[in-house]
Ligand binder design. Structure first.
Ligand code: HEC
Ligand code: CU
Length: 398
């Protein structure tokens, strides 16, 4: 048995996991050493210097300089070692690599599940605890009915039935605890359906994965123990972290912030698969309606922007600049300043066209404000308008 197994780390399945464990082991072993040393000395001194008779007097010692310096400097040195090792590992995980190299997934926590959105517009969610409890399903249905202004005969009968069912379920101790829990347990069984269903968070092996974490309601925290990552999900903020899975397999993720009654059910599996499998997974979750973000962006362009902006190489000069090859290109403006065509620039060019005017053109007439999602789609479309669609890297949204 390896000595470190005493500390029972979960499987180390990401590139930086070993490093995290070694920092952990260092701290744990030092704690063991100091525990034994301190408790040992204490016990020894208790016996060795115990009071032997009623009139024994303790010698008066004011201080010992050497000893005091030693017990200040040695712990300081040890703590500095913790700091340097911990900081190096921390930066390694939290400092994002360039976008082009990573697979970016948006993670949104809400009461009580996680939603994962991929760059092809597809998304998967963890199983919401609401869907697992017959009581919660009934309550959700009742709420929907109660929202309506007028109910049909059938609906009002249903409402009566639901009310009866809810009372019955609420008084059923099995539903309130055991069966509820075991139903969850079934859903998270390793060999159960979720693994072959596209409903599982799936990521490719040996690829840097960037998770952009946020929350819809309260504070949650997204953690994958086997990857040794964890980041708080804060409403209104997009927080990033990266990891590179090194082993195919199934690992669990969890909410690590006590967020309310069903906090414990904000769990699910993450499936690490080969790159080929991953491509299949992504295909499976591609939305049928609406198309990919790039396709939606193209439709948006055809409706609103086609009159002035061409998108084919070598198109004749129009009223506005051709978008072909625009992504990542350096733009020069009438005032001589320059900027790179990235997320920030294109969003600004649409929302505030008078701010920077491309050299050789008249100012673009204001197009009104568009939804964040439309602009995102449009940018995805513009990214495809080049010989090298993945270049340059995607920019962080600030
Ligand atoms: C009436 C013509 C017209 C329409 C319609 C129009 N634009 Fe423009 N657009 C221009 C002109 C002219 C420029 C160049 C001057 C400038 O930068 O403001 C421009 C510049 C741009 C740029 C900067 C391009 C570059 O090469 O750096 C972007 C991005 C852009 N437009 C987006 C849009 C979007 C998105 C739409 C549709 C919602 C749209 N435009 C509709 C005329 C138009
Ligand atoms: Cu939570």
């Amino acid at each position: 048995m390896k000595l470190d197994n005493i500390f029972r780390y979960s499987e180390a399945a990401s590139a930086h996991a070993k490093e995290v464990d070694s920092v952990g082991s260092l701290i744990n072993w030092l704690s063991v050493v100091f525990f034994v040393l301190i408790i040992g000395l204490m016990l020894y001194f208790m016996i060795r210097y115990r009071r032997r008779s009623e009139n024994e007097k303790t010698p008066h010692i004011t201080h010992n300089l050497l000893l005091e310096i030693a017990w200040s400097v040695i712990p300081l040195a040890i703590i500095l070692v913790f700091f340097v090792r911990g900081y190096k590992t921390f930066i390694n995980v939290m400092q994002p690599a360039p976008y082009a190299q990573s697979e970016d997934i948006y993670v949104t926590g809400s009461m009580w599940n996680w939603k994962f959105e991929f760059d092809n517009g597809g998304s998967v969610s963890s199983i919401s605890s609401v869907a697992l409890s017959p009581l919660k399903i009934a309550k959700a249905e009742r709420k929907n009915l109660q929202k309506k202004d007028a109910l049909t005969d059938v609906e009002s009968k249903n409402l009566t039935k639901l009310n009866e069912l809810i009372v019955k379920l609420e008084n059923d101790p099995k539903v309130n605890n055991l069966s509820y829990y075991s139903k969850n347990a079934e859903n998270f069984t390793k060999d159960g359906l979720p693994f072959i269903s596209p409903k599982i968070l799936t990521v490719p092996v040996d690829t840097p994965i960037r998770l952009v974490v946020t929350s819809k309601d309260v504070l949650h925290s997204f953690a994958i123990p086997a990857m040794r990552v964890k980041r708080d999900a804060v409403p209104g903020q997009k927080r990033e972290f990266m990891f590179t899975p090194i082993k195919e397999g199934v690992y669990y993720y969890t909410c690590n912030e006590m967020c309310g009654t069903d906090h414990a059910f904000m769990i699910g599996w993450m499936n690490v698969v080969s790159k080929e499998e991953y491509a299949k997974f992504k295909e499976a979750i591609t939305p049928i309606e609406g198309g990919t973000p790039a396709e939606q962006g193209e439709r948006f362009w055809a409706k609103n922007c086609m009159a002035c902006h061409a998108v084919k190489p070598n198109a004749p000069k129009g009223i506005g600049p051709n978008w072909y090859g625009l992504w990542g290109k350096e733009r020069t403006f009438t005032d001589g300043s320059k900027a790179m065509a990235d997320h920030q620039y294109i969003s600004e060019a649409i929302n505030d066209p008078a701010k920077k005017i491309v050299q050789g053109y008249a100012a673009m007439p204001a197009q009104g404000t568009f939804k964040d999602r439309d602009i995102k789609n449009l940018i995805e479309f513009i990214k495809t308008l080049s010989d090298k669609p993945s270049e340059p890297s995607e920019e962080a949204e600030k």
